[in-house]
Design a protein around this ligand. Structure first.
Ligand code: UDX
Length: 441
C-alpha cells in the first residue's frame, strides 16, 4: 500500500521505516530539510537502537523515500500524522500548531477514500475537529494512537502490544460506512502484526484519543506511587527496591514500571499528564484528574531530593564542589533530553554553585545544546576525575556495571548517589564508597 508519514521525529521516522519493512511503499515528509536529508541518506537523525539497521534494510528495497514537499503525499491511500504536540509555553495545554499545520498542508493533496490516521497525542476533541476539516476532501479520519517507547521504538512498532482505531461512528456508536472502509484499509496496513495476533480495539474517536493519555497517566501514576513509597522508605529506613519486588509479585500490581528513583521525564509522560489535566478543566471535570497534580509534584520532588542528598554527602554545601553526573538522557538507550530528570538535577546543582560535569553515552550533544554552561565529558571515568560526589542519574548499562574500584581511583572522594537504585550498595560500600540512594537506607 502507498503510505505517507507526516512528521519524521522519534515517532514518524520509526513508523515510516517500519511500514516500509512491512512491505508498504512509504514517503516520510518533514519540514526540517536537514532531517529529511539524513533520513534519505539512510542515517537516523537521533539515537534509537535498531533504527539504523532498519533504514539500511528498507533503503535497499526502494520502498522508503523522504521529502520536504507535502505534494509527495498525493497518491498515498493512508496518511499518518506523526508530528509533535509539545507543552505550550507557560501553560499546561498541548500546542497543536504542528498538527494543524500538517493537516492544513495535507488537505489539497487528499483524494476521496484516503485515510488520514492521527498518531500524535492530542487533547480529546481534536479528532472530531480535524474530521470536520477533512470532510470536503472525501478523506476519512481515523485516530490510531501510538504507544512506542523510545529505546524500543522499532520493536514496539513492528510488534505492538495492541492496536487502537478510533473510527467515525453514528449516533448509536456504530462505525459509519466510511469508518468501516477506513478500518479495512488500516487492517491491510497492519496485516502483519494483526496476523501475529495483536489485539485490536476498534472504537470511537473520543475513546481512542483518551486511550493514549489514560495509558500514560497510569504509567506516570505507577512511577509516582513507588516514588511516594520511596519517601516513606527514606523516613523509616526501609528499602523501596525490596518493597517493589514484594508488592510486584502480586500479579494485579506487577513489578514493571515500579522502579523508584529520579522519576519520569521525556517528551511524553510529563507533558501528557499536564495536557490531560488542562483538558479535563476545559471539560468541567478537573476534579477527576486532580490526583495527577500530586503525581506531578511527587515526580518533581525526587529531583530536589537528589540535590539534597548530594548536598548531605558533601557535608552540607555543594558550593565549589565538583560533581560528576552520569547520564543526561531522560532514560537509557535514548539521546532524548526533553524534560530529563538527569539534566534537571545537573543544572540545578550548577545553578547552586557546584562545578558539574555531565556525561552520557549518546545524549551529550543534545544536552550541550540545551545547557551550554555545563561541562561535558566523554566517559564516566573522565567526568569523575577529581569529583567530590558522583551522581548516577540515568541507568545506562555501562553505568550499572561500573567498577567501584576503578572509579574510586579517579575521584577526590568516594561518594555516590544512586538516583536509579541500580548499584549494589554492599559492593560499593565494601570498596570504600559512601553510598546514598533515593528510597534505600
Ligand atoms: C512513554 C510510554 O511508555 C509510551 O507507551 C508512550 O508511547 C510514550 O511515553 P517513553 O517516553 O519512551 O514512553 O518512556 P518510558 O519508558 O515510558 O519512560 C518514561 C520515564 O519514566 C523515563 O524517564 C524513565 O526513566 C521513567 N521510569 C520508567 C521510572 O522512573 N521508573 C520506572 O519504573 C519506569
Amino acid at each position: 500500500m502507498r503510505i505517507s508519514v507526516i512528521g519524521c521525529g522519534y515517532l514518524g521516522a520509526v513508523h515510516a521505516a517500519s511500514m516500509a519493512s512491512l512491505g508498504h511503499d512509504v514517503v516520510g515528509i518533514d519540514v526540517d530539510a536537514n532531517k529529511v536529508a539524513r533520513l534519505a541518506a539512510g542515517q537516523a537523525p537521533f539515537y534509537e537502537p535498531g533504527l539504523p539497521e532498519l533504514l539500511t534494510e528498507v533503503g535497499a528495497t526502494g520502498r522508503l523515500r523522504f521529502s520536504t514537499d507535502m505534494a509527495d503525499a498525493a497518491g498515498a491511500q493512508v496518511h499518518f500524522v506523526c508530528v509533535g504536540t509539545p507543552q505550550k509555553q507557560g501553560e499546561f495545554r498541548a500546542d497543536l500548531s504542528y498538527v494543524d499545520a500538517a493537516v492544513d498542508a495535507l488537505l489539497p493533496h487528499l483524494a476521496p477514500g484516503d485515510v488520514v490516521a492521527g498518531k500524535s497525542t492530542v487533547p480529546v476533541g481534536t479528532a472530531e475537529e480535524l474530521a470536520a476539516r477533512l470532510e470536503p476532501t472525501g478523506a476519512t479520519l481515523v485516530w490510531n494512537p501510538e504507544f512506542l517507547r523510545e529505546g524500543f521504538a522499532v520493536q514496539d512498532t513492528l510488534h505492538p502490544d495492541r492496536l487502537v482505531y478510533g473510527l467515525p461512528t453514528d449516533e448509536d456508536g456504530v462505525p459509519t460506512a466510511e469508518g468501516e472502509a477506513a478500518r479495512a484499509l488500516l487492517d491491510e496496513v497492519y496485516a502483519t502484526p494483526l496476523g501475529e495476533g495483536t489485539p485490536l480495539v476498534a472504537t470511537d474517536y473520543a475513546t481512542a484519543q483518551l486511550v493514549k493519555v489514560a495509558a500514560n497517566s497510569f504509567l506516570a501514576t505507577k512511577i509516582s506511587f513507588i516514588n511516594a513509597m520511596a519517601e516513606l522508605c527514606e523516613a523509616t529506613g526501609a528499602d523501596v527496591t525490596r518493597l517493589a519486588d514484594a508488592i510486584g509479585y502480586d500479579a494485579r500490581i506487577g513489578r514493571r514500571f515500579l522502579n523508584a528513583g529520579l522519576g519520569f521525564g521525556g517528551g511524553c509522560l510529563p507533558k501528557d499528564i499536564r495536557a490531560f489535566m488542562a483538558r479535563a478543566g476545559e471539560l468541567g471535570v478537573d476534579q477527576a484528574l486532580s490526583f495527577l497534580r500530586e503525581v506531578d509534584s511527587i515526580n518533581m520532588r525526587r529531583r530536589v531530593r537528589m540535590v539534597d542528598l548530594a548536598r548531605e554527602v558533601c557535608a552540607g554545601s555543594i558550593v565549589g564542589r565538583r560533581v560528576a553526573v552520569l547520564g543526561a538522557a531522560f532514560k537509557p538507550d535514548s539521546d532524548d533530553v526533553r524534560d530529563s530528570p538527569a539534566l534537571s538535577v545537573a543544572a540545578q546543582m550548577q545553578l547552586q554553585g557546584a562545578h558539574v560535569t555531565v556525561t552520557d553515552p549518546q545524549a551529550v550533544e543534545n544536552a550541550r545544546a540545551k545547557w551550554p554552561d555545563l561541562k561535558f565529558a566523554a566517559s564516566a571515568l573522565e567526568a569523575a576525575q577529581g569529583a567530590d560526589v558522583v551522581l548516577l542519574a540515568t541507568e545506562w548499562a555501562e553505568y550499572r556495571e561500573l567498577d567501584p574500584a576503578e572509579l574510586g581511583a579517579v575521584v577526590a572522594r568516594r561518594a555516590v548517589v544512586d538516583g536509579r537504585n541500580v548499584l549494589d550498595p554492599r559492593t560499593w560500600r565494601a570498596a570504600g564508597w559512601t553510598y546514598r540512594a533515593l528510597g534505600r537506607p
